[in-house]
Ligand binder design. Sequence first.
Ligand code: HSE
Length: 418
Amino acid sequence: METHKQLTIGLFGFGVVGEGLYKVLQQTPSLKATIKKVCIKHAGKKREAPAELFTTDRDVILNDPDINVVVEVINESGPAFEIVSRALRSGKSVVSASKKMIAEHLPELLQLQKETNASLLYEAAACASIPVIRNLEEYYDNDLLHSIRAIVNGSTNFILTKMFEEKLGFQEALLLAQQLGFAESDPSLDVKGYDAANKWAFLLTHAYGIVVKIDDLVFSGIDHIQAGDAEVAREKHFDIKLVAQAKKLANGKVAAFVLPQFIRQDDHLVFVKNEFNGVVIESGFADKQFFYGKGAGSFPTASAVLSDLSALRYEYKYEYKKLYHHTPHELTDDFYIRVYLSFDDLKYIPTERFQAIEEWHADSDRKYLIGVIHFQDIKGQGWWRENGTSLVLTPDPIIEDMDVRKLKKKSLELAGLI
Ligand code: HSE
C-alpha cells in the first residue's frame, strides 16, 4: 500500500484560523503533518506557541526546500497572492483560506496551477466547515446542477439571528461577532456583502465553470435592512437572511446574485442560525440536498484546512471540471426578480420600470411595495440602495418566463401609479 506523503508545513498567519490549525494539528498526529515555521507580521505579540517557531521573514519558509506545503491564512489579499504565487512556483502545495485573494486573483491562480501543476486547495475559504467546494467539484460533476442557494457569511447570519431572535441592536450584535472571531478585521466586508460575494465568485467557478469578478455580480449586504423590514417579515412569517444564489435558466444560462431575502418557514435555510452556513443544492433526479455547518470561527475553519492537508497526502488537485471538462455556463442578466422594497419617499423609486406591483403600502412614514422588475434595472444601478431604500428578495424570486407581461400594466393601474 502507498505510504502517505509526509507534510512539512510553513504557515503564514497566526490569527483566528492559524492558531486554530496549530492546536488542531497537535490533536491529529496520525496526519503526519508538522508545522516547521510560522510567518507572522508583528513579532512582539504574545502567542501560545514556542518562540522559535516564528519568523517575520517570508523567505525563511518560501526558500526552505524541506517545506513542501504552504498554508496561507493571512488577512491582506495582495501579500497573500504574492505568497501563494511564489509557493506554487517553487513547487510547494498550497492551502489557503483567503477568500478575497482567491476571488480577486482567480484567473491568475488558474493559470499558475496549469503552469506549475501544483495543488492549490481552499475549502476553508467558503462556508468553513462545510465541504462545499469538493462536493461541487467531485459529486456534482455533471450537467444536472439546477440551482444552488447558500448562506455563506457567518457574521451577517449571526447578526440577523441576534437581532431577530434576541432583539439585540445591530452594533451590539456586530461587536459580539467580532469578539467571537467571526467577523473580518474590516467588518464592513461582512456587513456590506463583499465577503459573501467573494466566496460566491469562486463557488460559481466550481458549480458552473463561471469565472467572474465581484464587480460584475449584483450583491449587497445587510446594512440597508431596517427595523420596519423585520416587522413586515414577521407579519408574513418570514425570516430575513443574506442569500447567495445561482440558478440555471431554461436557456442554459445562469442567474446569480447575493442579496437579502425573505425566507419561508419551510425553507431549509430557515434552520441556519448564528454563525452557521447552509447550502441547498437542487439537482436533476436527486431533488434537494442540504449541507449545514459552522461557517466561521477558529476550529470550524481550521477543520477545513485540515481536510485539505489530508487531501494533499494523496496529491489531490481541483480539476475545475465545469470550466475545463464541460462547456462552461454563461451568466445572464436577462430575467426578472420579485422584490420587496421599502423607502421613505416614492420619488426615489423608479416605479415606471416595474413590470408589476403586487402589493403597495403607503399609509405610514415607511412605505413598501412588492413588485417584479427586470434584473437589468437592478444591475449596475444604485437607486435600490440609496436614500434609505431597502431591497429584500421575496421567496422564489427569479421569474424567467414572460407571464410577467400579463401582470404589468394591470397591476400598475391597480396601484394607481399610472
Ligand atoms: N467573516 C467571515 C464570515 C469569516 O463571517 O463568514 C469566515 O469566512
